[in-house]
Write a protein that binds this ligand. Structure first.
Ligand code: ZN
Length: 167
């Protein structure tokens, strides 16, 4: 495994629509292993292949309940319900945060590293992460969904408020 460099906003890779994966080979497995290592090192909740410069429909999402990383190849959103509004960041926009509204629960269909289709469900933070990573594969960033990045003061008061609410 090897760490890959995480590309930051401004690089064209983050604005492109990624191509489906058609070959479930050692090269894909290497990419997935490297992405997991890179995500672990960055202490992030999710990472999409375009963030490491690979324009393929591949992403890793952390299950917020178990802390486990889920590998998703050619993922599609098949169902969504509810609504949540909360703090969101991205490894490609380091040090920045915004408030984004997302579905509260989603169901995703994807292939594993060997090409087998499966479905996965997520709610709360996991649902947010699924939506965020899938958008990367179509060249979109969460910053398109916000009217401004939070200032340091806004971030602090948001975090304090969340702590008071015991979330
Ligand atoms: Zn991101």
């Amino acid at each position: 495994m090897a760490l890959r460099k995480i590309i930051e906003q401004g690089d064209a890779c983050l604005t492109m629509v990624c191509r489906p994966v058609t070959a479930f080979n050692a090269r894909l497995h290497q990419l997935l292993d490297d992405m997991t290592e890179t995500l672990t090192e960055a202490n992030g909740a999710g990472l999409a292949a375009p963030q490491v410069g690979i324009l393929r429909r591949v992403c890793i999402v952390m299950d917020a309940d178990t802390g486990e990383y889920l590998e998703l190849v050619n993922p599609e959103l098949v169902a969504q319900s509810g609504e949540q509004t909360g703090l969101e960041g991205c490894l490609s926009l380091p040090g920045k945060w915004g408030i984004v509204t997302r579905p509260d629960r989603v169901r995703v269909r994807a292939q594993d590293r060997d090409g087998n289709w499966f479905e996965a469900e997520g709610e709360d933070l996991t649902a947010r992460c699924f939506c965020h990573e899938l958008e990367h594969l179509d060249g979109h960033l969460y910053s398109e969904r916000i009217d401004h990045f939070l200032s340091e003061e806004e971030l602090q008061s948001y975090l304090e408020q969340e702590e008071e609410e015991g979330e």
